[in-house]
Design a protein around this ligand. Sequence first.
Ligand code: HEC
Length: 148
Amino acid sequence: LILRAFLLPLLGMLIAGPANGADGESQFKKLCGGCHKADGTGVPGFGPPLKDGLKPMLETGGGTSYVAYVLIGGLSGPIESMGKRYSGVMPSFAAQSDETLLAVLTHVVGTLNGFTPPDASALASARADKPTPKANHDRREKLLGAGA
Ligand code: HEC
């Protein structure tokens, strides 16, 4: 009886995991994998690699906020990433909750690139600034210019 009443529901909760969907890797696969590939290695000529591809920006120190800005505002205009040219449009994900976006940021910045992920304040600044895709392109150029 004790087993049924307490242990089985507890076990069920453990197996189901967090119900809020904040798991960064699964959110990444769902929201970003179509264009950047499920493992983040990118689709040549279409979606740039996010695994290792963000290191040049992250190494400048301003890169974690850049990634938050791209998630909120999107990105357009030609870029070069890991030696290949891309010229597509990255859509805005501002409609997603901060919880979901932070989980994705932690996966992208932390797991895929090995840098310290941003906290909620980076998302708050990006939301307050309402960056355009073009402004984010300028932001990227400026970061890389400063890092060179
Ligand atoms: C509909 C396709 C699409 C989806 C979905 C998408 N992206 Fe993108 N993303 C792009 C494209 C295309 C670019 C490059 C835009 C350009 O050439 O200016 C890009 C660029 C980026 C960049 C900047 C890369 C760099 O080198 O500066 C980041 C960061 C990024 N995406 C993260 C994400 C994350 C995280 C998700 C999921 C929440 C996501 N993207 C979902 C298409 C997409």
